[in-house]
Design a protein around this ligand. Structure first.
Ligand code: ADP
Ligand code: MG
Length: 256
């Protein structure tokens, strides 16, 4: 059975794309068949997976507007070991075009059903907003992975996302749940980060993943080579933590 997860947080620059592509690469390393869906018009997950967003003939935009299937639009990125349904700036227009259309929030869900025998995992990289694009992701998914930095306003910022997920769960997608919160860019030398990390555990308990992703420069360098850190430098601390996270995810879904 394919498991579909959104990587979401309405804030930008919190590590969504880094989490998506490195979890995908980590899962591929342990033999899982993975599709990454880039739902952000910035196309960072596309580029970071070695696919040139400017050269895309078909993208997630065409899939949402039902002018192409996922089988036609996906790219096989041999270097990274998983498939990519890419995005570029064209996707920004989809938001406006979709509003007029029927089933506008279920388009991605319907498209993913046609490839569900091809993958063990689908990971959807969401844009930094609670928009119609993100809603398409949330309507398709079994769960949400929320990357977050352990900073002062972290908990406060989460409540909008948690409320949106509750509403989608109640009205549109009864399967949807928060799979877990992933602490990213973590620096254990910073007392405040340790405190916020403890608060998160107190508040969300089991929902906080055991794996912690450290701040690691190799993870930040890798995208400029069109690779996830896990492929670019598998021995680095950042890559190792994402490989550990992939293993934790596989264990966790077996208990869902
Ligand atoms: P988002 O997709 O939420 O906007 P990104 O994944 O693009 O966030 O991350 C924002 C920036 O932080 C990027 O430049 C990325 O390379 C960097 N970054 C993300 N995670 C780490 C990490 N663990 N260590 C160091 N840099 C990171
Ligand atoms: Mg991003």
């Amino acid at each position: 059975m394919t498991r579909i997860f959104c990587v979401a947080n309405q804030k930008g620059g919190v590590g969504k794309t880094t989490t998506t592509i490195n979890l995908a690469a980590g899962l591929a390393r342990i033999g899982q068949r993975v599709l990454v869906v880039d739902l952000d018009p910035q196309g960072n997950a596309t580029m970071g997976s070695g696919v040139d967003k400017r050269a895309l003939k078909l993208s997630v935009y065409d899939v949402l507007l039902e002018s192409a299937s996922i089988a036609e639009a996906r790219q096989r990125s041999a270097k990274v070991g998983y498939d990519v349904l890419g995005a570029n700036r064209e996707l920004a227009g989809a938001e406006v075009e979709l509003v007029e259309l029927e089933r506008r929030d279920k388009r991605l869900k319907a498209a993913l059903e046609t490839v569900r025998n091809d993958y063990d995992f689908v990971l959807i990289d969401c844009p930094p907003s609670l928009s119609l694009l993100t809603l398409n992701g949330l309507c398709s998914a079994h769960g949400v992975i929320v990357p977050m930095q352990c900073e002062y306003f972290a908990l406060e910022g989460l409540s909008d996302l948690v409320n949106t997920i509750k509403q989608v769960h109640a009205n549109l997608n009864p399967d949807l749940q928060i799979i877990g919160l992933l602490r990213v860019m973590f620096d254990p030398r910073i007392t405040l980060q340790q405190q916020v990390s403890e608060q998160l555990k107190a508040h969300f308990g089991e929902k906080v993943f055991n794996t912690v992703i450290p701040r690691n420069v190799r993870l930040a360098e890798a995208p400029s080579y069109g690779l996830p850190g896990v492929v670019f430098d598998p021995a680095s601390k950042g890559a190792q933590s994402f490989i550990e996270f992939a293993e934790e995810m596989v264990k966790r879904i077996n208990t869902l």
